[in-house]
Write a protein that binds this ligand. Sequence first.
Ligand SMILES: [Zn+2]
Length: 250
Amino acid sequence: MTRILAIHAHPDDIETLAAGTLALLAAAGHGIAIATLTAGDCGSAEAGPEETGRIRQGEAADAAAMIGADYRCAGIGDLAVFNDDPTRRRVTELIRWARPDLVITSAAADYHPDHEATSILVRDACFAASAPNYRTGPSAPLEAIPHLYFADPIGGRDRDGNPAPPDFAVDIGPWFETKRQMLARHASQQDWLLKQHGITDYVGSMVAWSKKRGREFGVDYAEGFRHYRNHPYPDAPLLQTLVGAALIAV
Ligand SMILES: [Zn+2]
């Protein structure tokens, strides 16, 4: 069994970008954990931040439970994810808690500042997690730096709106309905996304995105990933191997 940690900025990001792949991996018997850096506390125009964060953590935990995954939140505020020393230690502690062989996180360039900060924090925390003298909390250091992958940015576009092609894609067709139901658990976001983002159909926009990625790779639904191979991160294609026949090479 391989242990996989998917860690992104906000509740619903992982469901939008990588839940089909996680459902496939869970069904194959691998151990899955999902974490968010924030509780999504700004995601409401009606409820205050504490109540919003509480509701959204509950939705994220429900969505994770659908594939038997654990869920944990790092407790950082929305729009307050910064690449600083205390936050990096908190993210490293989260990684040590999950003890992953493989980490999936946010794309380095994405529309939201929390997404970009999450990407660099997680990249660096993966490096720090196996350093015994880097103190973070109760969890023991990892034995080794985990394999690291970046999910697609939202809409497959970088912060300037340019296309961000993945290294490879995963055919998530058989797992798409699970992914759709996981995202639908984030019911509190429907009204907020209409107000803040002008999105009238929250789940529908994820469906359209997964279909678009799929079309680019000749399947109904797909998710794309980039493999971070820079020294000293492992360069063996672990995720590509684990997804087996669902792998679509570029
Ligand atoms: Zn987000």
